[in-house]
Write a protein that binds this ligand. Structure first.
Ligand code: DON
Length: 590
């Protein structure tokens, strides 16, 4: 029966994804309506689990934790228990908190741990990759190596959120994930393709090969059943002992053993010491009636978004028009200024001092006065320091609202797709490569995409700077939007555009999610445009002095973010779910 159900849901998933193929020029779509509760996420099986929890009386936190744990089974490129992330919770009584479960550097970590004797980036000689032109190379040790792995935070974050704000036990909310791992689930074409795309790497790591690839060496096909017995066992330890079922006991022992064998640093002390932290969210008023509640450091999201919104408040964006060249010019100028400050000032606030002026209206007004309404400011004029490390394409965001009006916005990640690609032997768990979010070479900053400025240099037990920006917006004090996205540094801009599309441009939440997005991040000094922005607008932006990224414009191949969002309709109270069609996406309400 259970298997039949899984197949049925998988078929529904296929149907949903078929409906959701992204077309930036498609006629506007409508959100999915739920009268009481709503869950929206990248993958239908896990989304359904959250919707079921809501329907049977669990609250948004119960559902969000159940969803995150299920995605660890069904969305292996980013869903995880071996990574970390952030959760914004806003309870119906108005209490709002930020759960910080970002990975930490191990206790033995140090600033130069990714450099060889000559001070160059060290590589992992045990992994060989092939470029398109057929030449081979070894990946840097902060990408694919046991050294790339940060102390995972997801289980601690979920256990803490559940304990403080949930109503159900860990054993209850994790059971569907255990079932999916133990009995397997039917792979869709997308998941099969994703796993197959990493065959070369998984094949070079025995535990990863065993966990992630077909045992007969053939490629995965849509319709195959993927069973993850070791992962089911690891989840059962968490079901029984919660936080300690991961950070102590068998799983901690297996992690330490694998680290020793692979030349990593994480030991049982790092695991036993790991704690998720409840932080004050960044709160910022926008256009009077809206409050933006977002992630504080170690995320750069809340502060950078506040700075941009505070600059943009000085313009009537609605009248200037959605994605018009004038609007996009002003947005790009706000973005480059805010991202410059992000690089200059932001890091783990437990280690570095974050200037308070960054979120004030006065400072934003000062920066706004430097924006030329007709012409782009070259990024080099905004500061002597240069660029930031390149970030890759996997992370996942989901949104949940329950019948009482509690909302959860959660973004979590392994950093790159499939993280370090390393499965810890005996656990079935794939691990992050979040250490790659630290600045790898102190003092060395390059125009090509590397920064060496101090706030985000590696220190023992420090959290690496993130862009993840799970966000909740209230309107006149009531829950209004639950938004966020993956996408490395584009996350902050994508999340902001979801808000602007609704607040300034009057879109419904599905239109806001579907609308073409843009990105500027100070350096490299170019603007990325999703294809739907249109050639005329692109030309007008060029005439204003903006360089357009070749990746960012030309035929619509560039996709930015994956912002599964919810709006609570102020008139009806209905929960309007908007899955982002760019990858897959599902919204289930009741
Ligand atoms: O924390 C961060 O900002 C990055 N590790 C997130 C990476 C990411 O979003 C890749 N995305 N699709």
């Amino acid at each position: 029966m259970k298997h039949r159900l899984t197949i049925l849901v998988a078929i529904c998933g296929l149907f949903i994804s078929a409906l959701s193929i992204y077309d930036a020029n498609a006629a506007s779509r409508k959100p999915v309506v739920g009268k009481k509760g709503m869950a929206v996420a990248v993958e239908p099986l896990a989304t359904q689990i959250a919707a079921d929890i809501l329907k049977k009386g669990g609250n948004a936190v119960d559902a969000a934790v159940g969803l995150g744990l299920a995605l660890a089974v069904t969305h292996p490129s980013a869903g995880n228990i071996g990574g970390g992330g952030f959760m914004i919770i806003r309870m119906a009584d108005g209490t709002a908190v930020a759960v910080d479960y970002r990975e930490k550097a191990p206790g033995k970590a140090h600033a130069r741990m990714y450099l060889d004797e000559d001070g160059n980036r060290a590589v992992n000689p045990n992994i060989t990759l092939t470029r398109r032109d057929g030449s081979t190379y070894h990946p840097p040790t902060n990408r694919i190596h046991h050294l790339a792995i940060g102390v995972p935070g997801t289980v601690a974050g979920f256990a803490l959120a559940l304990e403080k704000y949930g109503t159900m036990s860990m054993a209850e909310v994790i059971q569907p994930a255990i079932d999916l791992a133990e009995n397997g689930f039917i792979l869709t074409e997308r998941i099969a393709r994703g796993l197959n795309s990493r065959t070369v790497i998984f094949n070079q790591i025995p535990a990863s090969k065993a966990a992630m690839l077909r045992s007969d060496g053939e490629a995965w096909q849509a319709g195959d059943r993927w069973v993850q017995k070791d992962l089911a066992e690891t989840l059962k330890h968490i079901a029984r002992d919660g936080h300690d079922g991961f950070y102590k006991g068998v799983t901690a022992e297996l992690i330490e053993k694998d680290m020793k064998a692979g030349g990593g640093m994480i030991d049982r002390t790092d695991l036993a010491n790991y704690q998720a932290i409840i932080r004050e969210p960044v709160r910022n008023k926008y256009r009077g009636e809206y409050e933006i509640i977002s992630m504080p450091p170690p995320s750069s999201g809340g502060i950078t978004m506040s700075l941009m919104l505070n600059m943009l408040e000085g313009y009537d964006l609605g009248r200037m028009g959605h994605n018009s060249s004038n609007t996009l010019h002003i947005m790009a100028e706000a973005m480059r200024r805010a991202y410059a400050d992000r690089a200059r000032h932001l890091g783990d606030a437990d280690f570095v001092e974050i200037p308070e002026h960054l979120t004030t209206k006065e400072y934003a007004a000062e920066l706004r006065s430097t924006i030329d309404p007709f012409f782009a400011t070259p990024s080099e004029e905004l500061g002597p320091d240069l660029t930031m490390p390149s970030e890759s394409d996997q992370t996942t965001h989901y949104s949940v609202v329950d019948q009482w009006g509690n909302g959860v916005s959660n973004t979590y990640t392994l950093e790159g797709g499939y993280g370090s690609h390393i499965v810890i032997a005996g656990t079935g768990m794939i691990t992050n490569n979040e250490m790659g979010d630290f600045n790898p070479q102190p003092g060395i900053t390059r125009t090509t995409g590397q920064i060496g400025t101090p706030p985000n240099i590696i220190e023992p037990n420090k959290r690496m700077l993130s862009s993840m920006s799970p966000t909740i917006v209230t309107r006149n004090g009531d829950l209004y939007l639950v938004v966020g996205s993956p996408g490395g540094r584009t996350i902050i801009n994508t999340t902001m555009q979801l808000i602007l599309n609704v607040v300034d441009h009057g879109m419904n939440i599905q239109e806001a999610v579907d609308a073409p997005r843009v990105h500027h991040q100070w350096f490299p000094d170019f603007l990325r445009l999703e294809g739907g922005v249109g050639r005329e607008t692109a030309d007008a932006l060029q005439a204003k002095g903006h360089e357009l990224s070749s990746r960012g414009f030309g035929g619509g191949s560039y996709r930015q973010g994956d912002g599964h969002s919810i709006m609570v309709d102020p008139d009806t109270g209905y929960r309007l779910g908007a899955p982002d069609p760019r990858i897959e996406g599902a919204a289930f309400g009741h």
